[in-house]
Design a protein around this ligand. Structure first.
Ligand SMILES: Nc1nc2c(c(=O)[nH]1)N[C@H]1C(S)=C(S)[C@@H](COP(=O)(O)OP(=O)(O)OC[C@H]3O[C@@H](n4cnc5c(N)ncnc54)[C@H](O)[C@@H]3O)O[C@H]1N2
Ligand code: MOO
Length: 426
């Protein structure tokens, strides 16, 4: 009789994994290569942005007091003292009665306190302009420091470097930035039934989808995936492969062979490696057989062979540990509320993570299973952009109920055109 495993609540299992620490080294990267990484240090603004008062328009920099009283019937004439484009500085203070022709981005000359757009000015040759309106103090100026002030923390350690962060770092002159190294995560697929994608199908065999899925998941999470190949259900071969792989990675994922069948060797292999098994059953579906062990500073993730279970196991356990090693301050999948688009009548003692697709209707986000809701299903993973989290211990869930979902990735977006509905208070 096989020993019955005690399921650990999924929250406790995630917590146990997060107590481990993967090697978390940092490296300096040129800014152009740093996007997609996590910043490993707080970065502070060492100057204001904009660094000087500048013109947001092509036009004329003026002294607003010179326009006092100007109107349609009382034009004022001002002398053009010179011209500056972006990147140039006017060499002297501007005096009473003078204006400077100025281009977008150029520094407001000393003495001027406003800008008037080119279109609102009548040019009298190249030496003078006529204005038929009053220009107010501080009209049309992008002020020094209005975007960011010197001394503020611009970006905190653990921030994901997206294109906006790249722009910010460039603005403040961070040509090199300290980022977390990509964790190296190894992948081993086990199962005598497995064929690789390039091999023709044979009786009793299936193709190995987990390895390619896991490679993609590791890379989507920002890590470096190292695929060691697939191995038959042979204790010695799998032990050797696991031992060798563990030497060169920070964490190792194995798929398959973690249940209680005659050829499910992975738990015994983890023990042979001297690893400390944290849990070998989790109160979740799919992925109840997920087995995680600590091997010194490395972590072994024995994920299920069933593709959906393997996928869920990765996103719940491997990803957050990787993201923590990458210095992320928010390593877990992002949570968002949604409404069930259909009934889930199945009672389940375990928390379910339904691979689902989300859509918006009448301003509300709805979620529905993305395919066959079984542990062995591949189609449900292919179409999923969220997990619906259905806590266990209920008699099921009904259409319309509000639930938590975990976001898996950016969706492709919508079709053009966007809605042209103008928001209103009515
Ligand atoms: N008597 C019991 N049987 C099973 C139990 C149990 O508690 N008692 N648990 C079931 C659950 S739940 C799951 S999940 C599976 C887990 O099995 P393993 O993780 O040990 O995985 P395998 O048996 O090796 O394979 C399961 C399934 O997945 C296919 N597979 C394996 N590797 C891949 C791959 N790389 N790509 C695609 N598909 C793969 C394999 O052919 C099997 O069909 O155990 C249940 N049984
Ligand atoms: O619990 Mo098994 O892990 O997928 O269905």
């Amino acid at each position: 009789m096989v020993e019955k495993r005690k399921p650990m609540p999924v929250e406790d299992a995630v917590r146990a994994v997060m107590k481990q620490t993967l090697a978390a080294e940092t490296e300096m990267l040129p800014l152009a290569e740093a996007h997609g990484r996590m910043l490993a240090e707080d970065l502070t603004a060492d100057h204001d942005v904009p660094p000087f008062n500048k013109s947001p328009y092509d036009g004329f920099a003026v002294r607003s007091e010179d326009t006092t009283g100007a109107g349609r019937d009382r034009p004022v004439t001002l002398t053009v003292a010179g011209e500056i484009g972006a990147g140039s500085v006017f060499p002297r203070p501007v005096e009473k009665g003078e204006v400077v022709r100025i281009m977008t981005g150029a520094e407001i000359p000393a003495g001027c306190d406003a800008v008037v757009m080119l279109e609102l000015v009548k040019e009298l040759g190249s030496d003078a302009i006529e204005l038929k309106r009053e220009i107010k103090h501080h009209d049309n100026i992008s002020f020094q420091g209005e975007d960011a002030k010197k001394g503020t923390v611009l970006v905190e350690k653990g921030t994901f470097i997206n294109p906006g962060i790249s722009a910010l770092l460039a603005t403040f002159g961070f040509a090199q930035v300290s980022v977390a190294k990509k964790p190296r995560v190894g992948i081993i697929a086990t199962g005598s039934e497995l064929l690789e994608a390039g091999e023709p199908l044979e009786p009793g065999k299936i193709r190995n989808s987990n390895a390619y899925m896991a490679i993609a998941q590791v890379e989507r999470a920002g890590g470096e995936a190292v695929y060691f190949g697939k191995f038959n259900d042979d204790f010695d071969d799998c032990l050797q492969a696991t031992t060798e792989a563990l030497q060169v990675v920070d964490a190792l994922i194995t798929t398959g062979g973690v249940s209680v069948g005659d050829y499910d060797y992975m738990p015994a292999i983890f023990e042979s490696l001297g690893a400390d098994v944290m849990f070998n059953k989790v109160a979740m579906r799919p992925g109840s057989v997920t087995t995680v062990a600590a091997a010194g500073s490395k972590v072994l993730f024995g994920l299920s062979g069933n593709p959906s279970a393997c996928y869920v196991g990765f996103e719940l356990f491997v990803r957050p540990l990787m993201r923590t090693a990458m210095k992320s301050s928010r390593p877990h999948l992002k949570k968002q509320s949604a409404f069930l688009a259909m009934d889930f009548p199945k009672a389940n003692p375990f928390t379910r993570f339904v691979r689902a697709s989300s859509y918006v209707e009448d301003g509300k986000v709805y979620v529905k299973p993305a395919g066959l809701d079984k542990s062995g299903s591949v189609t449900s993973i292919a179409g999923a952009d969220v997990f619906i989290v259905l806590p266990g211990g209920t008699r099921g869930y009904e259409k319309g109920m509000k639930v938590d979902t975990l976001l898996l990735e950016d969706t492709e977006g919508s079709e053009w055109p966007w809605s042209s509905i103008v928001p209103s208070y009515r």
